[in-house]
Design a protein around this ligand. Structure first.
Ligand SMILES: Nc1ncnc2c1ncn2[C@@H]1O[C@H](COP(=O)(O)OP(=O)(O)OP(=O)(O)O)[C@@H](O)[C@H]1O
Ligand SMILES: Nc1ncnc2c1ncn2[C@@H]1O[C@H](COP(=O)(O)OP(=O)(O)OP(=O)(O)O)[C@@H](O)[C@H]1O
Ligand SMILES: [Mg+2]
Ligand SMILES: [Mg+2]
Lengths: 227, 227
């Protein structure tokens, strides 16, 4: 579902402070694979996830999503590809603060279909139930706790049953019990709907429960281990 | 250093959606104590920390900081009390994105003294070194990774050597090794400078290494345990 070959990313290209943060990444993520991305703070995990999620462009190298090579695609085509296949959970959730939890979870569907449908609402309510937020649907995002916001972001990423779920530290603000519930939900989407998952996590217990672990150190793949 | 008696907090007071989230909290935090605040997502930990940090007012009950009863104080007096005694690390760092790491760490001192001093800069540079961010001082906050931003927020909270450090999930975005370094830094401030610490954490390993653990469940103190 994801193929990276020789992927590089630099910031400040063409300025005196140009810095390369990813130094040639080769990764293949199979359809339906459940994989952890681990590594020290600052090693490049969020940067890598943003590239795979088509939120930023690589500086060089090849990136294919669901069989489509992305290098030659224009912004419009990337947006379509992203909307069709990818669900993204950001490290700092990026919810719309003035909208409710339910509206935030329904947003990808509203954007894609142009309207809020009854089906989309039913799916969204069910997801909010499954992340433990029943009763909080009508709270505005800025009235929720940190971990509740993170869970709304997770529900939003799952709302279109994407082929590829990219989650950037989805349990960092959750207690152990709630984190386990969230992990089980992602596993269920993986096993029952075939969604591939790439989960950035600092929690070694959760990483151990994935099918494979890719370790990033200083912008390079340092180690890959399978269960 | 902190005394809470019968503390209550409600949101939406006077509206149809009025909700009490803290239901009468009694806590005494001794001078120089190193204490963990644990509990499920949504249980009220950030709300409690915001009240102790004088960022919000309780709905009822008594709160004293460094011997001063806060109930009768005006905003101006609370701001002075907070600036003098409290260092706060927010759950979602709240750095100034357009300012550099160094400027963010120096900000409390610049605000208090009206100017940037050489002493403040030296202290801030040393703190950035000690949270592992040497070499990143001149990056803007929005050019840093999630865990790097969290560490800048920690350095900022320590920059005035406050009598009371309030840290809301300071290691949620850090790998285990970096989290241990940060915890050791807080312990050092506690032991060598006598700073009291109240640390909200979801990490049971770190909570176990504090002098005392206060557990919040559904807005009440459910359990207190000492080492
Ligand atoms: N402005 C608000 N209006 C209504 N309810 C609120 C508001 N702010 C917080 N709450 C509610 O108060 C409760 C406690 O929130 P708080 O942020 O203190 O939780 P927490 O223990 O820090 O959780 P987490 O571990 O997820 O960060 C939550 O159920 C939340 O939805
Ligand atoms: N816009 C930018 N300009 C310059 N450097 C940047 C920029 N964005 C990120 N970086 C640098 O790229 C490196 C990798 O950042 P990234 O956010 O991918 O790390 P990470 O592995 O996700 O870290 P964490 O675990 O702390 O979230 C960091 O050293 C960071 O300072
Ligand atoms: Mg990151
Ligand atoms: Mg919180």
């Amino acid at each position: 579902i994801v193929s990276l070959r020789g992927l590089r990313k630099s910031y400040g290209v063409g300025t005196p402070v140009e810095t390369e943060v990813l130094h040639g990444i080769d990764i293949e993520l199979a359809e339906g694979e459940f994989c952890a991305l681990i590594g020290p703070s600052g090693s490049g995990k969020s940067t890598l996830l943003n590239l795979i999620g088509l939120l930023e462009r690589p500086t060089s190298g090849d990136l294919a999503i669901a069989g489509s090579e992305t290098a030659g695609l224009k912004e419009q085509a990337l947006t379509v590809l992203r909307g069709r296949h990818i669900g993204f959970v950001f490290q700092f959730h990026h919810l719309l603060p003035a909208f409710t939890a339910l509206e935030n979870v329904m947003m990808p569907s509203i954007i894609e279909q142009g309207v809020a449908t009854a089906d989309a609402e039913a799916i969204s309510r069910d997801l909010l139930l499954r992340v433990g937020l029943k009763g909080h649907e009508h709270k505005k995002a800025n009235q929720l706790s940190g971990g509740q916001q993170q869970r709304v972001a997770i529900a939003r990423a799952l709302s279109r049953s994407p082929r590829l779920i990219l989650a950037d530290e989805p349990t960092g603000n959750l207690d152990t019990h709630t984190a386990d519930d969230i992990f089980a939900l992602l596993r269920e989407f993986n096993r029952e709907r075939g969604s591939a998952c790439l989960i950035v996590t600092h929690d070694p217990r959760l990483a151990a429960r994935c099918d494979r672990r890719i370790e990033l150190v200083d912008g390079r793949v340092a180690h890959v281990s399978s269960a």
